[in-house]
Each structure stands twice: as C-alpha cells, then as structure tokens.
Design a protein around this ligand. Structure first.
Ligand SMILES: C[S@@+](CC[C@H](N)C(=O)[O-])C[C@H]1O[C@@H](n2cnc3c(N)ncnc32)[C@H](O)[C@@H]1O
Length: 295
C-alpha cells in the first residue's frame, strides 16, 4: 500500500464505520444490483456495507478487500453473525487488485478514494476488473461542504484542521465534488453522478457523532498525525474535542455530511484497449438509465 490510512481502525473510527448500511451508504447503487451479481467491495473496512450487499445478491458473490488485515477479522465476524455464506474477505490493495480483467459485475468503494493520493489510478484499476457493461460505484464525503448548527468557531477550526491533515497524508478531503472528474480522468465515458447526505440531529445520533469525534481528536491516530505534522498541539486537540462535546450536548445540534456518488459503466474490451493506444473502435454505450438525484 502506498499510503497511511488517515484514521486507522481505532474504536472511535469503527463506531462510525459500523453504523453504515447499504441503505444509508450505497442507495444510489442498490437499484442496479442483480440478485446474481458478482461484487467487489474495495476498502471494505469492518464490512457492514459489504455484508448488506451480499444479502442483496443472494445468488451472487461478494468479495471485500482491505489493505488493513486486522479490520477484516471484524468483517468476517459480521458475515458469520448474519449467516451470510456468499461473502468473503481478503487483504488487497486498491491500486493492484488481485483479480483478472472483467471479473466483477460491480466494483464498489465507499469512502475510500478520498484517502488515496492517486484516486484516478485506483478507479482505473477498479474499471479493469469490472466486466464490459458492468459498473464501478464510488461514494465519498466532502469535508468543505459539511454544515452544522449551532455555529462554533472551534468546529470551523476542526474542519480546517481535518482538511489540512488529510492533505498532508496525500488524500483529498473534498472528494465528493471531484468524483465525476476523477471517473472521467480514469477513462469512463458513461458516468452517472449524483449526491446524497447523512444528517445527524436526533439525540442519540448527536451523542454518537460528537463523542466519537472528540475521541478521534484526543485518542485516535488522527490526533497523532495532526501533531506529528505540526498542524495542532495536544492542547488544540483537547480544545476542539471540547467543541464537539458542546455540539453533542446541544438540543439544537444538527450536522449534515454531503457526498458525491458516481456510477461508471465499464467499457468493452475494445474500449479498454483504446486506453492503451489501440486502434480498436470504442463503442459508445447506451444511456445508463434514469438519473437519480439522491436526497
Ligand atoms: C473510511 S474507511 C471505509 C470503510 C468502508 N468502505 C465503509 O464505508 O465503512 C476506508 C478503508 O479503506 C482502506 N484502504 C485505504 N487505502 C486502501 C488501499 N490502497 N487499498 C485497499 N484498502 C484501502 C482502509 O484500510 C479503510 O478500511
């Protein structure tokens, strides 16, 4: 793997990953999943979305890969707990997928491309392992687009710090708005782009989201990386954690996380060859169907 994953798999990170479902994180893809589809989930983390996808393709097969071997133990436990036999997990690298050309009907990545220094290379590799006519699906949040209430200058400072730390590690925190451009740069000629959001405003959601961010600042690798890169002191991190706890305690607390989404149609073999300078014609594929504007 070329880079360090910003968050690591600290409990405060896993608490948010394990809240994720196919419904709340891959809604734009679900209408396109055939019951017999073969799906690859790149950067699957603890696998809650992956196992949901497996439930959606009961006659198919889902493979989850992640660069971090330790988190795959949790993903396997999730599959076992839910009795899903059509899902397996392997270590792997988004830049060098260990699968032949055209292996999968759907190649999916949720909140992964934002952490990569070369998301276009990863999308190109995802496209390679998608079958002709298959789909590459990606969704990423957009940190600069996040909005919340009550206003608090220290939460604005947290937003700025997060974006600087992510960029110091080679990632792109404002990935959501860039997904369409990355897909086009990766050679997709048919791309459907949409957007959707998570919103936390109920008391339980506020407490969960606010306290996990307070912990990420003071106890997880995120805080260590901010300090190591000279972007914050431990005192800053404690102060910003306090802002998150204030937000979590506010009955007016509301937080919105916008996301970009893309569905890119994998090309024919001729299209793939055309990317490496072949003379084969590249047939333009039919429209992807109705456009979904996520809500
Ligand atoms: C934000 S988590 C998303 C996990 C899961 N997709 C979800 O949404 O809950 C990003 C995951 O990508 C993995 N990752 C980072 N770089 C990777 C790479 N080059 N290849 C494969 N996985 C990678 C990390 O280990 C981490 O588990």
């Amino acid at each position: 793997m070329r880079e360090t994953y910003l968050h690591g798999h600290h409990d405060s990170v896993l608490r948010s990953h394990r809240w994720r479902t196919a419904e709340n994180s891959a809604g734009y893809l679900l209408p396109r999943l055939a019951p017999g589809a073969h799906v690859l989930d790149v950067g699957c983390g603890p696998g809650t979305i992956t196992v949901d996808l497996a439930a959606r393709v009961p006659q198919g097969q889902v493979t989850g890969i992640d660069a971090a071997a330790d988190v795959l133990g949790l993903a396997r436990e999730e599959a076992e707990r839910r009795g899903r036999a059509n899902v397996r997990f392997e270590t792997g690298d988004a830049y060098r997928l260990a699968f032949g050309d055209g292996t999968f009907d759907v190649v999916h990545a949720h909140q992964v491309l934002q952490h990569l220094s070369d998301p276009v290379a990863a999308l190109t590799e995802m496209r390679r392992v998608g079958r002709p006519g298959g789909l590459v699906a990606a969704r990423d949040s957009d940190y600069a687009g996040m909005i919340w209430y009550p206003e608090d200058p220290e939460l604005t400072e947290w937003q700025d710090l997060y974006r600087r730390v992510a960029r110091a590690l080679g990632g792109e925190p404002d990935a959501g708005r860039r997904l369409l451009s990355w897909a086009r740069a990766a050679g997709f000629t048919e791309v459907e782009a949409s957007g959707s959001a998570w919103c936390y405003a109920a008391p339980g959601e506020r407490s969960w989201w606010g306290t996990l961010w307070a912990e990420r600042l003071t106890e997880s690798p995120f805080g260590d990386r901010a300090v190591d890169h000279g972007l914050a002191t431990r005192a800053d991190l404690r102060r910003l954690a306090g802002a998150w706890l204030r937000w979590a305690a506010s009955e007016d607390g509301w937080f919105l996380i916008p996301h970009g989404e893309i569905l890119g149609r994998c090309g024919t073999l001729a299209c793939n060859l055309s990317l490496v300078g072949s003379y084969f014609p590249c047939h333009r594929m039919g429209a992807l169907g109705h456009r979904r504007n996520g809500g």
